[in-house]
Ligand binder design. Structure first.
Ligand SMILES: Nc1ncnc2c1ncn2[C@@H]1O[C@H](COP(=O)(O)OP(=O)(O)OP(=O)(O)O)[C@@H](O)[C@H]1O
Ligand SMILES: [Mg+2]
Length: 264
């Protein structure tokens, strides 16, 4: 059964034209104050192997959109397809289980994926090496720094072996230097694994540092306001002049969105 499924899945991967397709998606939430439209007619494709960042002001619906792509919630209107199956998800907070070691946190994801017990330890150690945490297998979460915890969280997300990785401000709580190092690591891993990444942030420089394409969402309700293709070669650095220049242009648009929202 498992083999048949794997073969069928491989067949679809070969034919895929997109890793995610978001078509005319709207999302409203109903509460005591009435119905609030959070996302309005959002359409967006992520190509296989593409790195896209979604940028927007606080409250514009970025996390809502990511949760919809992750299948944690359903759109009010429109449709979302992720042909390669359920995406992996990584949040701002590491969400590791504190009573498990780094290695066991990863092995849990491997177990849920159906990896045989005998292979889990080797695979967990390989993933820890990939995020440059070889040797941390037996460490408990409280023994790890914030940056190391996010590396374990990334390894755990990679353990799901999804073609699509969804990241919701995963480095926002880290200091600038640690964040810079992790940007480099994420770029390297993305290049090595050929994953598709949909990365949410409100940090313009981070968006330009990482992505092949930056999609700006408007302020409430979130719509696709504008998008930029980032032609700057990797490896980039957040302080590079061409990263700064494009960030300035995008920041102007973001400010415009925030001003427009403020007038409502
Ligand atoms: N489950 C929910 N029920 C009701 N309202 C919600 C729910 N989830 C999100 N919202 C509302 O939707 C809007 C967008 O929230 P969302 O978390 O998607 O914003 P965001 O762009 O991720 O913001 P931030 O940058 O601060 O993380 C907010 O006004 C929020 O209150
Ligand atoms: Mg959010």
């Amino acid at each position: 059964m498992a083999t048949t499924f794997a073969k069928a899945a491989e067949g679809t991967v070969a034919e895929q034209t997109h890793a995610a397709r978001i078509e005319h998606v709207s999302k409203s939430f109903s509460g005591p104050a009435g119905t609030q439209l959070v996302l309005d007619d959002v359409s967006l494709d992520v190509a296989p192997g593409e790195f896209v960042t979604i940028l927007g002001a606080s409250g514009c619906g970025k996390s809502t959109l990511l949760n919809l792509v992750a299948g944690l919630d359903r759109p009010t209107q429109g449709s979302i397809e992720t042909p390669s199956g359920r995406p992996a998800l990584m949040f701002q907070e590491h969400a590791l289980f504190p009573w498990l070691t780094a290695g066991k946190n990863i092995e849990l994801a491997l177990r849920l994926r159906g990896v045989a017990k005998a292979e889990r330890r080797t695979e967990a150690e390989r993933l820890l090496e990939l995020v440059r945490l070889g040797g941390a297998y037996g460490k408990r979460v409280h023994e790890l720094s914030g940056g190391m915890r996010q590396r374990v969280a990334l390894a755990r997300a990679l353990a799901q072996d999804s073609q699509l990785l969804l990241m919701d401000e995963p480095f926002a709580a880290l200091d600038a230097i640690t964040r810079d190092v992790l940007h480099g690591e994420l770029t390297r891993i993305w290049e090595e694994t050929n994953l598709s990444v949909l990365f949410v942030t409100h940090n313009v420089r981070e968006a330009v540092r990482l992505a092949q394409r930056v999609v700006l969402l408007s302020s409430r309700p979130g719509r696709v306001a504008k998008e930029w293709t980032v032609g700057i070669e990797q490896p980039r650095r957040i302080e590079d002049a061409d990263v700064a220049e494009l960030s300035l242009e995008i920041t102007e648009h973001l400010r415009g969105e925030i001003r427009r929202h403020g007038q409502h």
